[in-house]
Write a protein that binds this ligand. Structure first.
Ligand SMILES: [Zn+2]
Length: 103
């Protein structure tokens, strides 16, 4: 199994801000994330980061109606195509992040 590296903005405890992190995957599991600013590496238990990450995303769009989120969890892919146009105008990066969680 080859490791794969992805980059995402996550909160770094050391920098105390959102920084670019290199996420190392072994297969589908994230094994570590490394802050690209201070190079602090955090090792993750399988699935750990993914849960944090989903909660983080949830906070970031906490202003959106809760019912939209319930629909999202029921049918993430289906909803992707029925999002109100207003939400589709969010930065593409955001949608890339969500889609990458459900690959
Ligand atoms: Zn950092």
């Amino acid at each position: 199994m080859t490791d794969e590296v992805m980059y995402a903005e996550l909160h770094c405890a050391h920098c105390d801000q959102e920084t670019l992190h290199a996420l190392v995957y072994a297969g589908r599991l994230i094994v570590s994330s490394t802050c690209q600013i201070c190079h602090m590496q955090v090792k993750h238990e399988p699935g750990d980061l993914r849960i944090h990450y989903i909660k983080d995303l949830e906070n970031r769009i906490a202003t959106k109606p809760a019912r939209l989120w319930r629909r999202f969890w029921k049918s993430p892919v289906g909803l992707m195509w029925s999002m109100p146009r207003k939400m589709m105008q969010q930065p593409g990066k955001f949608w890339g992040e969500i889609k990458s969680l459900f690959r």
